[in-house]
Design a protein around this ligand. Structure first.
Ligand SMILES: Nc1ncnc2c1ncn2[C@@H]1O[C@H](COP(=O)(O)OP(=O)(O)OP(=O)(O)O)[C@@H](O)[C@H]1O
Length: 456
């Protein structure tokens, strides 16, 4: 029986079929081979705030570029030509579980892509009611969302997926709060170890004397106050999985030697023990310090540095990817609205301010601010809710005037140079050195141009 027979037999005309599709709570989205949207049902309104008519006939890239949803599923599906499921975040802050299926012609070329998207929240509501809720939870938790609209960051993720497939040690570099830990988790989830454990040790947070026993474990009676039955170390717990050593630059030197052995030979001896243990682990490390400089200063072992740095990945500071600020804001707004059972919105000019701010604390600073704003603001988060420093600095950049005289141009250039140098150096002594001026002059200029930066 053909599809049209079926429609005829059940009296299904086009109008009824459209109605059926529009009543589906899941979004249905069809793309042709030119990536043009040829069909979408009414669910697009609740997911992106767009009418069907605003979507149909458009190139999907056009809407992705405007930030209506991210990441795009289409580059991957066109490359792999097989069904894919990913997590997406929309401009309205909804989190979707999106599955796309390619329909291939006889030459194995993609003819159509049929996509369905469902809000993850509805999975959560089903939790506990269904037998397979554990499986569902697993599915939800198995997606680490790294939100980005930035081309360089997309390449970083592509590269990360590529190296995830190997077993090599990876060093993730980048300023604090740029997402090094989320990237480590993402690499684990995209590796063959994804069903094994993923454990993080923050080398800066654990006292040096405790770190060794945490990592290697100890045998019964290894030292005074030790647990009588001994303790399994993280290296053993994470067998067949991934160990993420955050802030590796803070690992004490004696421990660095022991770690080198684990990486080279996959072997270690627990504290107080005599028997060697073998483990199968992948090690990912991260730091915001200049490890190479530390090697030169002999505070980090050179041999370990080269062992860890087989593959290095650098996370970009948020100020270098302003196109990520809006999607991340919506993502966090959705997250904290859910956490605090609120329904806060954000005004357009407030979002504009956030986009122009320099975010020295990167994504973490943005996340913390949105959490605070969700708790403290009225129904719509407006510019009056922003901390003074964020508002003032962003206004300076928004109001950037085009100079009309040479003197004004010189003044603007001076201001920009001082601000840029201060953002980087954060001290009048270093600004003076950087701009080749006296420290007294630097103090005066910082006071004049960087007050808002000093407050944050
Ligand atoms: N691209 C992203 N998408 C969604 N959330 C992100 C993204 N990047 C970072 N975050 C969130 O921002 C916060 C800070 O990220 P993370 O802890 O990974 O940064 P980090 O670089 O490891 O920081 P540190 O160097 O201080 O350990 C986390 O809550 C993380 O979930």
């Amino acid at each position: 029986m053909t599809l049209s027979n079926l429609f005829t037999n059940f009296d299904l005309d086009m109008e009824t079929l459209t109605k059926i599709l529009d009543y589906s709570s899941d979004e249905i989205f069809v793309l042709d081979k030119n990536k043009k949207i040829i069909y979408v049902n009414d669910a697009c309104k609740k997911h992106y705030g767009l009418n069907k008519e605003d979507v149909m006939g458009k190139l999907s890239l056009e809407l992705v570029d405007k930030g209506y949803w991210f990441p795009s599923i289409f580059p991957d599906i066109l490359e792999r030509k097989e069904p894919i499921t990913i997590k997406q975040t929309t401009v309205l802050g909804a989190e979707l579980l999106t599955s796309a299926v390619p329909i291939l012609n006889e030459k194995k070329e993609v003819e159509l892509i049929v996509t369905t998207a469902r809000e993850l929240q509805s999975y959560k509501m089903l939790k506990g009611k269904e037998k397979d809720s554990d499986q569902r939870k697993e599915m939800e938790d198995s997606f680490t969302s790294i939100i980005t609209n930035n081309k360089k960051m997309k390449n970083v993720l592509k590269y990360a997926r590529k190296v995830a497939a190997t077993n090599s040690t990876i060093l993730i570099l980048g300023e604090s709060g740029t997402g090094k830990s989320v990237l480590a988790q993402y690499i684990h989830e995209n590796s063959s170890r994804k069903n094994g454990p993923f454990l993080t040790i923050n080398c800066a947070a654990i006292p040096a004397e405790l770190m060794e026993s945490e990592l290697f474990g100890y045998t019964p009676g290894a030292f005074t106050n030790a647990n009588r039955s001994g303790k399994k170390g993280m290296l053993e717990t994470v067998d067949r999985g991934t160990l993420f050593l955050d802030e590796i630059g803070d690992m004490p030197l004696p421990l660095q030697a022991k770690m080198l052995r684990v990486i080279q030979d996959k072997k270690f001896i627990p504290i107080g023990g005599t028997q060697e243990k073998t483990v199968d682990i992948r090690i990912i490390t991260a730091t915001n310090k200049d490890l190479y400089e530390m090697v030169k200063n002999k505070t980090f072992r050179e041999d370990l540095y080269y062992r860890l740095n087989v593959v290095d990945i650098t996370m970009l500071p948020l100020r270098e990817r302003p196109e990520d600020i809006s999607p991340l804001t919506y993502h966090f707004l959705y997250k904290f609205n859910r956490k605090y059972e609120m329904n806060k919105l954000i005004s357009k000019d407030c979002l504009e301010c956030l986009t122009h701010y320099s975010w020295q604390g990167n994504v973490r600073q943005l996340e913390n601010l949105i959490e605070k704003l969700v708790i403290t603001s009225d129904d719509v988060i407006g510019i009056h809710d922003l901390p003074e420093g964020v508002y003032r600095q962003s206004q300076l950049l928004i109001d950037k005037t085009v100079p009309t005289s040479l003197n004004e141009a010189i003044e603007l250039a001076k201001k920009e140079m001082v601000r840029a140098s201060y953002k980087l150096n954060r001290s009048s002594r270093r600004v003076a050195k950087d701009l080749q001026i006296s420290q007294t002059q630097a103090v005066k200029l910082i006071r004049e141009y960087c007050q808002d930066l000093q407050e944050n």
